[in-house]
Design a protein around this ligand. Structure first.
Ligand code: CA
Length: 230
């Protein structure tokens, strides 16, 4: 099932760009040009997240946000505010009134998608991501395939699940035991060294593309997947 994202933005160019980025990522974008229009849409559809422009004609973004956060039907919908550069005060006000995050224009598609996923994760929605993308590394859940560019990697089902877990939880350190729990399942007894064996294999596969350092060893603790610095 696609995640529904309501976009409220009066500027046509930004609206179209957002719609394109979201649909490319596998989200369903619902578009409103004004807060009034957004309220109409909301009376029929509950989106999974709202991308809300701050500066809107008529009811402003912040007014709409306050309204929604006060309403029992809508206060659980996470909101990311879109603000212009240099509106520090406004951002703080926005977060105080209950926005889940804000993003400053101009932003890159990658930043936007990362923020959306982070907010969805934080608000405990099960995000049915169909693809996880880091640069030219792509994990396709439906096709059960990991690709670098167009080239599929020769990974085992276990290694696929390990990569899926890593790529869904970047920049966090996991112990071997935690990885066993998450990837192999709690009820199976497997030696911790099994994790090392699979990590070694994954690194070897990734090394062909100079991507082996994505999986980092954290001495005395375990492993981390990190794309930062790439
Ligand atoms: Ca605007």
């Amino acid at each position: 099932m696609k995640l529904k994202i309501l976009v409220v933005e009066d500027e046509q160019a930004i609206r179209e760009m957002l719609e394109m980025i979201l649909e490319k990522e596998g989200f369903e974008a619902i578009i409103a040009e004004t807060a009034e229009q957004a309220l109409e849409i909301l009376s029929e559809t509950i989106p999974d997240l709202i991308l809300l422009d701050w500066m809107l004609p008529g009811i402003s973004g912040i007014e709409l946000e306050k309204k929604l956060k006060k309403s029992d039907s809508y206060n659980a919908i996470p909101i990311i505010l879109l603000t212009a550069r240099g509106e520090e005060e406004d951002k703080i006000k926005g977060l105080e009134t209950g926005a889940d995050d804000y993003i400053t224009k101009p932003f890159s598609p990658r930043e936007l998608i990362a923020r959306i996923k982070a907010v969805v994760r934080r608000t405990n929605k099960s995000l049915s991501v169909e693809r996880i993308v880091f640069g030219n590394l792509q994990l396709d859940v439906e096709q059960h395939q990991i690709r670098v560019g167009d080239e599929p990697l020769d990974v085992s089902p276990t290694e696929f699940r390990l990569m899926q877990f890593f790529m869904s939880n970047p920049d966090k350190v996991y112990s071997r035991n935690q990885l066993l729990d998450q990837v192999w399942g709690r009820n199976i007894y497997i030696d911790e060294r099994t994790v090392d064996v699979h990590i070694r294999r994954l690194r070897k596969i990734l090394a062909k593309y100079q991507l082996d350092e994505l999986i980092q060893t954290v001495r005395g603790f375990g492993y981390r997947f990190s794309f930062s610095g790439k």
